[in-house]
Write a protein that binds this ligand. Structure first.
Ligand SMILES: Cc1ncc(COP(=O)(O)O)c(C=O)c1O
Length: 441
């Protein structure tokens, strides 16, 4: 079939081509991962100059809708920033362990806190951040020995990361990311027109030698998850932190962004590699500890970075709703919340450990030092996901969480009951046996 008819791409100028490719992606004619016609092919079919098509492809790349795939051409991004569903929902009869959510039973009830909220209305012209929330945040960071030169409030970890990247980087800049790493960070980096440089990790976080290699490629920023790393559960310990700080010290200009998305329920101590750096940010979200719908995170960072983020916020959304800020302040001021967070951290640790142990007893290695997930290396992700679905479990293929690292599946254990861990491990053995025979055949 003619490529124009197949993809529905048209347009006489670069902006027309951009609009038609965007519409084709939005409407599903061009799916994630599909290869676009080459510049020459499309220019020939549209009877326009190759320069016009090249300009259109560049504009699409800057917006993260497509990415260059070396000699293999230009492809639609895995998750272009358009309203299309990133992952298909598993069928309702499966026990869903694919979503990375916290256990709703371990999140605080809002009803009591809502009744205690200050009854003042916020109008235009008030300070963006509630001083009480900033004071509590500062005390937390101080207690944990974390840096807190300047503080702001943002709409969750990803919002904070996006704002910091936009405050400091330009389209085309390179950003070091963990591999395996959080898929939404990969997608965000692409959507901002930035180029991801994967850094290998183990259970103690990024490997210093691989970070050094990535830094030599000229990255401008490094996004790191100090604990509850998604998907592997890695947590940086003090030895690794020292090594990473030493590697980073040779690149004082690099912006380091720490994603502390799980905070107090991570099941590993808070740690930072940002002390003394010129440009840094630490984003502590309440999504995993108080609930993802709050869309609140504290942003700590150097004075310039935080001022740029706040300045940009002030000419856009203005502030994070003071209702939400007051709700977090009220919850953080309640000792019952502290008790719940301690119980949640212990429960997540017990659930991870139970599954990792049940798997180890069956000869299956798995990772899960902290956080809400367990990461299990496999040779054929799709076979394991399908096999487990047949046995009644929905888990996530690791493919989207990896760049160069080896295949695996991610299992969210946040709400896994103890007896389920044993049953899941047994099901996995059943799935992996034929898979391993197949892999060695
Ligand atoms: C590593 C990591 N960062 C950030 C987020 C999202 O955090 P938020 O909801 O605060 O944007 C998640 C959510 O699962 C995550 O796993």
């Amino acid at each position: 079939m003619n490529i124009l008819a197949r993809y529905g791409i048209g347009g006489a100028g670069a902006s027309g081509v951009v609009a038609s490719v965007e519409a084709a992606i939005r409407e599903g004619r061009l799916a994630a991962g599909m290869t676009l016609p080459t510049v020459r092919e499309l220019a020939g079919a549209l009877r326009v100059s190759p320069t016009t098509v090249a300009a259109a492809y560049r504009a699409l790349r800057v917006r993260g809708l497509v990415h260059a795939h070396g000699r293999r051409g230009t492809r639609v991004s895995p998750r272009p920033p358009l309203p299309i569903r990133p992952f298909a929902s598993p069928p309702p009869h499966l026990r869903d362990l694919s979503l990375g959510n916290p256990d709703p039973a371990l999140l605080p009830s809002f009803s009591r806190a809502l009744a205690q909220l200050p009854q003042r209305r916020t109008l235009y012209g008030e300070p963006a951040n509630r001083p009480e929330l900033l004071a509590l945040g500062e005390r937390q960071l101080e207690r944990e020995g974390l840096p807190h030169d300047a503080l702001a409030v943002v709409g969750g970890a990803l919002d904070g990361i996006e704002r910091v990247l936009q405050a400091q980087l330009r389209s085309g800049d390179r950003v070091a990311v963990e591999d395996p790493g959080y898929v939404a960070v990969f997608d965000l980096v692409a959507a901002l027109g930035l180029v991801a440089e994967p850094v290998a990790i183990d259970d103690a976080g990024p490997l210093p030698a691989d970070l050094a290699r990535a830094l030599r490629t000229g990255v401008q920023a490094f996004i790191v998850t100090p604990r509850a790393q998604n998907p592997t559960g890695a947590a940086i310990d003090s030895t690794r932190a020292r090594e990473l700080r030493a590697v980073l010290a040779k690149h004082p200009e690099v912006l380091v962004i720490e994603d502390d998305h799980a905070g107090p329920v991570a099941g590993a101590p808070a740690i930072s590699i940002c002390q003394g750096r010129e440009r840094w940010a630490l984003v502590r979200s309440v999504s995993k500890s108080l609930g993802p719908d709050l869309r609140v995170a504290l942003l700590a960072g150097d004075a310039t970075t935080v001022a740029r983020v706040e300045g940009r916020q002030s000419v856009g959304t203005g502030w994070v709703s003071h209702l939400l800020q007051d709700l977090v302040t009220t919850l953080w001021s309640d000792s019952a919340t502290d008790d719940l967070l301690r119980r949640a951290a212990a429960a997540y640790t017990a659930r991870r450990d139970a599954l990792v142990k049940a798997l180890a007893a069956r000869g299956i290695a798995a990772h899960g030092r902290s956080g809400l997930n367990v990461w299990i290396p496999v040779s054929e992700e799709a076979v394991v996901v399908a096999g487990l679905a047949h046995a009644g479990w929905a888990v996530r293929a690791g493919e989207r969480y990896r760049v160069r690292s080896a295949p695996a599946v991610r299992i969210t254990v946040a709400a896994l009951a103890p007896n389920e861990g044993e049953r899941l491990a047994a099901a996995l053995v059943g799935v992996l046996r034929p898979e391993r025979r197949h892999a060695s055949a």
